[in-house]
Design a protein around this ligand. Structure first.
Ligand code: FAD
Length: 505
């Protein structure tokens, strides 16, 4: 029995914006079906591989109340305080208020937890805004998106999402894999809903309440791909749904030893649908290849998500700049020219991301659904650029930190019999050993640990394959590129005409 409030037809009412204790309580009483190292995780709030990230997730919900003026707004239906990232903005001021709200969580996580709940909150807000587009296929689907968005907002639930089929054979589509049920597909349709069997490659933040299941890969064949073309959301404890985690990048150590990994492990998991029943009330797209291909863009969901991503990029770049400066300062490396160049590079990255955000908001326009949609061009540029900037920023931390990143004792050493050695030999020009060690451990965690390298992979890929995103950019901006090409053509023509005219004079 699917227990989604939508599925059971319960009212949309909820308590509005949650606090951390409620987040933990929901995860305890309705645990996502998560498997870790061969075992079912009974309680994600206490499991060593997951509890660090879960605790941070819960903290975020307390923080939203500490900054309620910035992060919350009055629900248009219940009047309760709800998260601003569920807002459908009508003005540029409202749009800016959303990014200000999103920055609060990003500052707390320093951009190191890509899936703070705002990310999917913005996606679902986009789908709700563009509900008329979903309704063109079936009026129920648009209504479901609107109702689901309201349900999430009023209950302040946290979502993960899963988009792509498993990486078995990328040279053919899902229907032509050796096993046509490898990729999640419709197995059957009933009066009550649809049954899904198969797998989706990845979901970051399985430690969440519900999952949004939409395709992002371009589906090509309207007939063949139809069983794979759907969009729905269901609770993470839905029978038959299970998540298989990768190895945790939280080493189970203290904030001193593992400052990022111990706090911000959001986890990634493969998602298996073992004949999962999805009630019609939860379905937003069904067997509709064209709508799957266009929904992100037409509803505006991709734009609102990218808006959130750029706020994350700013916070993350600010963090890397601050970290680089502290490393430089501690070992008195500020006099070297190449250090200036590296700090300047980080600064320029930060200002570039800020400029993209500012431009996207300044040039925002009401879209066809009456929602203030950020301008796409700067956001599209940002999402194509950041996958290249972030790995370079990590490289800069390595280049500045050098052997300091590995000449790092552990907590036990600092407190052990060699404490005097450590005090003497780990000092820095402007920091004693006890200040220097946690700073350099932070730099190690950002640039070298399993946590740090997973961040690099995340930034390279989480929004899609950079190669295909570049292809989409070129295709999407063809007419603007063409305009510039025409001006160059005209310039070439002028030169040619002048030369010929001179020759015939
Ligand atoms: C840390 C992390 C977190 C993620 N979180 C999520 C999540 O929460 N939800 C979610 O749905 N997804 C998530 N993703 C998946 C992300 O969407 C994909 O990584 C991305 O879309 C690329 O797909 P892929 O990883 O399957 O790579 P593949 O498609 O398998 O590509 C592998 C290689 O082949 C090349 N290639 C494959 N096909 C083509 C083609 N047609 N044209 C040109 N080159 C091609 C690629 O360029 C790449 O070099 C996450 C990824 C990472 C790394």
């Amino acid at each position: 029995m699917n227990q989604t409030a939508l599925g059971t037809g319960k009212a949309q009412s909820g308590g509005g914006a949650r606090r951390g204790a409620q987040v933990l309580e929901r995860l305890r009483t309705r645990p996502p079906t998560i498997w870790y190292r061969g075992e079912l995780v009974r309680d994600v709030t206490t499991h060593p591989a997951l509890r660090g990230g879960v605790n941070t997730l819960a903290q975020l919900y307390d923080i939203q109340w500490e900054h309620a003026d910035t992060t919350l707004f009055d629900s248009p239906t219940s009047g309760r305080k709800v998260a601003r990232s569920f807002m459908l903005p009508k003005t540029i001021e409202e749009l800016r208020s959303i990014s200000a709200a999103m920055k609060v969580w990003e500052d707390h996580t320093h951009g190191m937890m890509g899936r703070v709940p705002d990310y999917i909150n913005r996606a679902m807000s986009g789908y709700a805004a563009g509900a008329p587009y979903l309704s063109e296929a079936d009026p129920r689907f648009g209504a479901n998106a609107v109702r689901y968005h309201e349900y999430l907002r009023e209950n302040d639930l946290c979502l993960t999402h899963t988009l792509i089929p498993p990486q078995a054979n990328r040279s053919v589509n899902s229907a032509r894999q050796a096993d046509p049920f490898l990729a999640a597909r419709v197995k059957e349709e009933t009066d009550a809903g649809i049954v899904i069997r198969g797998c989706r490659m990845l979901a970051t933040l399985p430690i969440s309440d519900e999952i949004m299941v939409f395709p992002s890969t371009l589906l090509k064949n309207p007939e063949e791909d139809a069983p794979y073309a759907f969009g729905f959301s269901i609770p993470n404890d839905t029978p038959g749904l299970r998540f298989i985690c990768r190895e945790s990048v939280d080493y189970g150590r203290s904030h001193y030893a593992h400052p990022l990994g111990s706090r911000f492990e959001e986890m990634d998991a493969v998602v298996i649908f073992d004949d999962v029943h999805v009630p019609w009330e939860s379905v937003m797209i069904y067997r509709d290849v064209q709508r799957c291909n266009q929904a992100y863009a037409r509803t505006g969901a991709v734009v609102h998500m990218t808006h959130q991503v750029v706020v994350k990029n700013i916070a993350k770049t600010e963090f890397m700049l601050g970290l680089a400066h502290l490393l430089v300062d501690s070992i008195a490396a500020e006099g070297f020219q190449h250090i200036h160049e590296k700090l300047a590079e980080l600064w320029v990255n930060m200002e570039t991301m800020k400029a993209f955000l500012r431009a996207a908001e300044a040039d925002a326009q009401l879209d066809e659904w009456g929602v203030m949609r950020p301008a796409w061009n700067p956001l599209d540029a940002a999402r194509n650029l950041f996958p290249r900037l972030y790995p370079r920023m990590v490289e800069i931390i390595q280049q500045i930190g050098a052997s300091g990143l590995v000449a790092m004792p552990l907590e036990e050493d600092v407190r052990g019999p060699l404490a005097e050695d450590i005090k003497r030999y780990y000092q820095a020009a402007r920091a004693d050993a006890f200040d220097r060690i946690p700073l350099f451990r932070l730099a190690w965690d950002a640039s070298m640990s399993a946590f740090g390298s997973r961040q690099v992979l995340y930034e390279r890929f989480f929004f899609g394959d950079p190669v295909r995103m570049a292809g989409a950019l070129v295709a999407g901006h063809q007419s603007q590129i063409q305009e510039h090409a025409e001006r160059v053509r005209e310039f070439v023509r002028q030169g040619r005409d002048e030369a010929f005219a001179a020759a015939t004079r």
